[in-house]
Write a protein that binds this ligand. Structure first.
Ligand code: CP3
Length: 365
């Protein structure tokens, strides 16, 4: 394993100076120049890979997240195969919530399903604060991975309070987030108590990952785009800010991501991010004007483009690399996760193309 990941870094012919903190990915997050635009993919570890489907064949999703050997192997699979510039820890946003005592499962083809959805203050109280011992398997997996990955950075992550609250209140995935919003508008005190508790759990979960050695963290607020900017600022931003500002002294870049967030990009940056994730609806030059020049951007290829002929993929990748030059730092990614039906060979070609078209000649020589 070590040989493969080391080989990946060496293939790019990059100088091996200061380890993951000096990697193209971390440099771009910090808005520092690097040898090329770094690239990784949300859900790069997952069903698009036959080696993932094989290893997961007889193991449930939550169980696989609690086995450090499996977590490490699954996390490394896309790094070996695609030569991406960063690994992302294999886990799920509901893992810390389950560790906090919430009875839930991750159902294949559906997503997280909660046995008793949150309705009352007593339900909120039952969500316990967590510490390292509650998620020791994550601590262990991160430590294993940091050793295996060498100079390739590992991204830790967690779900943001709004997106977690949506699963807990709805009891599962929802198109409208109707119950969640009804609680938010109708019982604001209960809403804020729930989000405050989730922020505490999330911050503890991210601290465990930072202490174990991750090089960056991403806060997934996948469903925040369901809110207006005013409601986002009133009901959500303070809680996400608790998480992000709680990591201000952690010394690792903080990425803040959501889908359908064109109107929220400025606010999501203000919540305390170093990098703001952008979906495919907003071109990166426009996004940069909304976010400002004191943060980097990440994104933003439409994941469905990867299902189109290569000529279409190539045109889109080139456009995004070009528009990313308007930002003070750009991490290439998709606008949301890799779809399971994606041909993994296309992902490998995208990594090579991003590196090729963004290579800085002066720094290569
Ligand atoms: O990005 C990565 O490669 C790291 C792994 C990762 C997973 N989930 C693994 C996973 C990450 C970062 C997540 C985060 C996550 N989980 C989010 C935020 C990102 C996003 O997609 O918006 C959300 C909303 C969830 C909740 C969740 N868990 C959903 C919607 C699903 C998919 C359900 C399905 O089967 O389609 C899951 C399950 C899940 N999490 C899978 C993976 C690889 C699929 C499980 C399987 O292989 O059966």
């Amino acid at each position: 394993m070590t040989t493969d990941t080391t080989g990946t870094a060496a293939r790019d012919g990059e100088p091996r100076r200061g380890g993951p903190a000096d990697s193209p990915f971390v440099r771009a997050c910090r808005r520092e120049p690097g040898p090329h635009t770094p690239v990784w993919f949300m859900r790069q570890a997952g069903r698009s890979l036959p080696e993932y489907r094989e290893i997961r064949a007889n193991v449930g999703m939550l169980e696989s997240c609690r086995r450090p050997d499996l977590v490490a192997e699954i996390t490394l699979q896309p790094v070996r195969r695609h030569g991406v510039d960063a690994a992302i820890l294999f886990s799920d946003i509901v893992v810390p919530v389950a560790a906090a005592g919430v009875d839930l499962d991750i159902v294949p083809g559906t997503g997280p399903v909660v046995a008793e959805p949150v309705r009352t203050a007593a339900d909120v109280e039952r969500i316990r604060p967590i510490g390292r011992d509650d998620v020791s398997y994550v601590d262990e997996a991160v430590r294993l991975l940091v050793t295996e990955l060498g100079d390739t950075p590992l991204i830790g992550f967690a779900g943001a309070p709004f997106t977690l609250a949506s699963y807990l209140v709805e009891g599962g995935p929802s198109r409208t987030h109707a119950k969640t919003k009804a609680l938010m508008y109708g019982q604001p005190e209960l809403w804020h108590a729930l989000c405050a508790r989730l922020a505490e759990v999330t911050l503890s979960f991210l601290r465990v990952q930072v202490d174990a050695g991750v090089s960056a963290v991403q806060l997934f607020d996948s469903w925040a785009g369901a809110l207006s900017e005013a409601d986002y600022r009133r009901y959500v931003l303070p809680h996400s800010a608790t998480v992000l500002s709680g990591l201000a002294d952690a010394g690792v870049p903080r990425i803040h991501f959501g889908v359908g967030t064109a109107e929220l990009l400025g606010a999501m940056g203000e919540a305390g991010a170093d990098v703001v994730g952008v979906d495919w609806r907003t071109p990166l030059d426009v996004a940069t004007r909304r976010i400002g020049r004191d943060r980097a951007v990440q994104g933003n290829l439409d994941p469905t483009v990867l299902l189109a002929p290569w000529s279409v993929v190539e045109t889109e990748v080139r456009r995004i690399v070009e528009q990313g030059r308007a930002a003070p730092g750009h991490v290439f990614n998709l606008g949301h996760g890799v779809l399971p039906e994606t041909d993994p060979e296309v992902l490998t070609r995208v990594v090579a193309l991003v590196h090729e078209v963004s290579a800085r000649r002066a720094e290569q020589g």
